[in-house]
Design a protein. Structure first.
Length: 285
């Protein structure tokens, strides 16, 4: 989401419900002391690409940015308050559940398909006490049709998930266990494997079919006129482990190209305040 527009809306109190949820008093005080211009500059500095996670309060600013950005998208798209949302591969990140909780209160339904057991336990701890109905399916997103009938959801969400999907596909080919091992321990191995496939020109041949299977399943889970929404983040430090920040920053374009080629019956919707390098909104026709 455009930082200027976000800062102006934050200063106007549009996202006060989000700020009341799990932010430290120091963070709230810091935000209250800034006007819209100062807040815009703070967001741009803290979340400059690639994002340096050693900066003060960076994770609170990430939560603020993404929870507010997704909440704003729900408003821009005029989605129902009784919103049903499926998130593919949330890990233990709860930005979208927080946005939905603020937007829908006790009317919303949130489902995620999560494979890694440790991340799932952490996710469940972080979402305790939310007003929305939160459900975790411990299975591959490609199998979500075993749990829900077609046309079950208003939105299928992919927060920083294109990379996770590709990494998991390649990890499976390489015999890396992504279910039982600590995700953060094996992530460098997965990133290096993806990069190796990419540099050899083998990534599409290796990952396209499995990736499109997940996209096709997600498309079928959407109600008519529903949305598949993607975002992407690039963190600092990738290049130091033999992975490319430039490649990672192109994941939205990669997904856009592959999904368009597959002709799944989706059309891209452009939202003025959302940069299409980092966001993609597709509507089911």
């Amino acid at each position: 989401m455009n930082m200027q527009i976000l800062a102006e809306k934050l200063s106007a109190g549009v996202f006060d419900d989000i700020l009341k949820r799990d932010f430290s008093l120091d963070m709230i005080s810091e935000l209250e002391q800034m006007n819209a211009v100062q807040l815009e500059n703070k967001l741009k500095d803290t979340l400059a690409v690639p994002i340096d996670i050693s900066k003060p309060r960076v994770f609170e600013y990430l939560q603020l940015y993404y929870s507010a950005s997704w909440h704003n998208l729900f408003m821009e798209l005029n989605l129902p308050r009784a919103l049903s949302l499926l998130e593919v591969g949330s890990g233990d990140i709860v930005y979208i559940p927080k946005a939905l909780d603020a937007y829908s209160s006790n009317m919303g339904t949130y489902v995620t398909a999560n494979l890694n057991r440790e991340l799932t336990r952490s996710f469940q701890d972080k979402t305790k006490g939310m007003a929305i109905n939160v459900q975790v399916i411990e299975d591959d997103a490609a199998n979500i049709g075993l749990y829900y009938p077609e046309s079950s959801f208003d939105v299928v969400a992919f927060h920083h998930a294109i990379n996770d999907i590709i990494q998991t596909i390649i990890a499976d080919r390489e015999g890396i266990d992504t279910v039982n091992q600590d995700w953060w321990t094996i992530e460098p191995l997965m990133l290096q494997a993806v990069m190796d496939y990419h540099r050899k020109g083998m990534l599409k041949d290796a990952a396209y079919a499995a990736f499109i299977q997940i996209m096709d399943t997600s498309h079928k889970q959407l109600k008519s006129g529903g949305y598949m929404i993607f975002d992407n983040i690039t963190y600092a430090g990738y290049d130091e482990i033999g992975y490319s920040s430039e490649f990672h920053s192109s994941y939205i374009e990669l997904a856009r190209s592959w999904i368009s080629e597959a002709n799944l019956g989706l059309e891209e919707i452009e939202i003025d305040s959302y940069d299409n390098r980092w966001w993609m909104v597709l509507r089911k026709m």
